[in-house]
Design a protein around this ligand. Structure first.
Ligand SMILES: *Cc1c(COP(=O)(O)O)cnc(C)c1O
Length: 336
């Protein structure tokens, strides 16, 4: 099979292997290598009925030196443990998480896109309640699996600003709910609003806090940030998923001499930002051109081209991930 690396979609392509392990009788079993794209699952599994599942997403990059680099995988391991605690699932120990992602990357080396193609190998760890329950309670068996798939850049048009729909009609997560965990339920809750945004020509949805409808919260499946007065500002909220990209951009911004703030951001403050964007593993940074409030019709405009600071941050993070620039932070691990 020949893969057209330059024209890869951000979608699923079958690879050679995935890895799996089951938690039974209070302990994790051995890591199995599988070439099947399917799982055999009990019809009463809690993942199917009560949404007991969490996932992660990270990327492996091929460097100019031919080495495969992982970016901050330990943070993904920690976050998945936090998600597991949040919805009462068995936690995947960091060592097992590491073994699984290293193995699945090694076994699918031929699917790591070449350096310079703009593509990468997306790694998707998944943890689900596989044990049967009919009453609402946590499962006593879990399945942890990791598959990989080569992906092209998230936006075909490249690093170009998009339009966002600020919604007062829909909520994604409640303040004391599961917004801070990477669980599928939050995504199910976001589908209707996302469809509305897409249908109206927007790239995604910008959510407000669901209690007061006053503060900026999550930006679709990404975190939000704004730049003004040489400061990187990102919302603080209990219903936001702690993005590893955002955390890394904060560090880079500080090293570039910017001030950084994690605090509540009111909708009105949008009119004061010089640049705004969304950040996450899929696109690193998605610059935002316009934000339109679906209740008032009010539009906040940031220009047709990416801002200077966003561009600098984007290039810097990507250069570290691909190995073009040295990693002085200890964020990169090589898969031998
Ligand atoms: C995964 C995710 C993000 C981005 O997190 P990264 O670690 O940067 O990829 C942001 N928001 C939500 C809701 C997510 O699920």
């Amino acid at each position: 099979m020949e893969i057209d690396w330059k024209n890869l979609p951000f979608g699923y392509i079958k690879t050679d292997y995935n890895v799996r392990t089951y938690y039974r009788n209070g302990k994790w079993g051995s890591l199995e290598l599988s070439s099947s794209e399917h799982v055999d699952i009990h019809i009463a599994a809690t993942a199917l009925h009560y949404g007991q599942q969490a996932f992660e997403g990270l990327k492996a990059f091929m460097g100019k030196d031919g080495k495969i680099r992982l970016f901050r995988w330990e943070e993904n391991a920690k976050r998945m443990q936090n998600s597991a605690r949040g919805i009462l699932m068995a936690e995947v120990p960091t060592e097992l998480f590491k073994k699984a992602i290293y193995k699945v990357v090694r076994m699918n080396k031929r699917f790591v896109p070449p350096y310079g193609s703009g593509a990468s190998l997306y790694i998707r760890p998944l943890l689900i309640g596989s044990g049967a329950q009919v009453g609402v309670k946590p499962a006593d068996e879990y399945l942890f699996l990791v598959f990989v798939t080569p992906v092209g850049p998230y936006f075909k048009e490249g690093f170009k600003p998009v339009n966002m729909l600020l919604t007062k009609e829909f909520d994604r997560a409640a303040p004391q709910g599961t917004g801070k965990y990477k669980v599928g339920g939050n995504y199910a809750a976001s589908l209707t609003s996302m469809k509305k945004a897409h249908d109206e020509g927007y790239a995604n949805v910008l959510y407000l806090d669901s209690k007061e409808k006053k503060y900026i919260d999550e930006c679709g499946p990404a975190n939000f940030f704004g730049i003004k007065d040489n400061t990187y500002i990102t919302p603080k909220s209990d219903s936001i998923l702690p993005s590893i990209t955002n955390m890394s951009l904060i560090t880079l911004a500080e090293d570039m001499g910017l001030k950084t703030e994690r605090r509540k951001v009111e909708e009105e403050e949008l009119s004061t930002f010089e640049e705004v964007g969304a950040c996450g593993t899929a696109a690193v940074i998605t610059p935002i051109k316009t934000i339109v409030d679906d209740a008032t019709g009010k539009a906040f405009n940031y220009g047709d081209e990416p801002g200077v600071v966003s561009t600098k941050l984007y290039n810097k993070l990507l250069a570290i991930q691909t190995g073009d620039e040295p990693d002085k932070y200890g964020w990169i691990d090589i898969v031998e």
